[in-house]
Design a protein around this ligand. Sequence first.
Ligand code: NAD
Ligand code: UDP
Ligand code: UDP
Length: 343
Amino acid sequence: LEKRLRDIEYRIPKKYPEVEFLTFKDRKRILVTGGAGFVGSHLVDRLMMEGHEMIVVDNFFTGRRRNVEHWVGHENFELIHHDIVNPLYIEVDQIYHLASPASPPHYMYNPVKTIKTNTVGTINVLGLAKRVGARVLIASTSEVYGDPEVHPQTESYWGHVNPIGPRACYDESKRISETLAYSYGKQENVQVRVARIFNTYGPRMHINDGRVVSNFILQALTGQDITIYGSGKQTRSFQYVSDLVDGLIKLQNSNYSQPVNLGNPDEHTIEEFASIIHEMVGGKSMIINKDAIEDDPQRRKPDITRATNILGWQPLVPLQKGIKKTVTFFRRELMRSRHSERN
Ligand code: NAD
Ligand code: UDP
Ligand code: UDP
């Protein structure tokens, strides 16, 4: 399974990948909201190959049909074009709730819609879970810690979020999403899991999502300036997507319901990160500094003691290896978009 997954992680296959055969007893009907997005599509690959029946619900705001195209028509797979802000009536055993714009430019594009998605959308998902008795995993974020005063961030830290700043539409609505999960847990006995996901990268990231990984790789590949916002002394810790998928599945199937950080503690300044990408990609780009952005968290690194102790999970893919795969993916994307421009 691991090898077959690696085969398709950065090259979308032409035909259905081989799936395991599960007996009725072991097979689950699993809903992934936002399943046509970056993380969701890798999660779907893994669960499809394990032999489950998958339902993907996506409004294609940032997700693409192409990310899951290799499963369309498969008897275990269903793709529903639906906005989670509207109620959804289906029957499932488990839910991974990932629907939400994730990169700062995307979630700031329509802040009100971002808030609706993470509040009304999450209520609909929890209402569905309550009706059918399904377990729900909420994709929360390290942004619930805001610009943290505690370093590294443990799950017991309550965070430092500006409620009216440019990032608030995302940070605060994800915080509400967590609150909703625990309220449905307490009041309605819905089984909930909360993953606080730290910066994740890999193939199928949206090429124009404005995040640092996609920006730097794209800038290096096209010989443009690599743009550091502010001093570059701020830090982030980057996790490769297959590690995240592994953690999400372990958390969903564990018996632990408190929030769990999922991230790679390997911390870098953005300045260092720019040099790493520049060196790995090569080319003639210059590294330049631009204005700092408002409310940019200055340090971010997960404390993953909880995930390690409770789930036996830890990230396995080193930065150099993950970046190499991501660069290969972006090279292909660029070739594809140049090709389609010509035709
Ligand atoms: P993504 O943008 O690739 O995926 C999000 C998906 O949700 C997209 O397919 C999008 O079309 C869909 N979507 C958005 N609004 C919707 C709506 N109203 N109804 C239905 N579908 C909707 O982003 P991603 O990086 O794959 O993120 C997945 C989840 O993980 C998000 O909830 C995000 O907040 C969370 N997360 C991601 C990261 C990261 O670094 N990638 C970090 C922390 C948290
Ligand atoms: N909901 C849904 N699918 C379901 C069940 C509920 O989308 O299968 C939505 C429903 O529209 C409702 C929300 O989830 O607004 C919350 O459901 P809940 O049962 O908690 O609230 P109520 O229906 O009592 O307002
Ligand atoms: N960043 C940068 N140049 C870019 C894009 C981002 O210097 O072209 C910085 C950004 O200011 C932040 C970090 O990289 O400090 C991570 O930004 P990203 O948008 O990827 O995610 P965030 O963790 O802020 O949600």
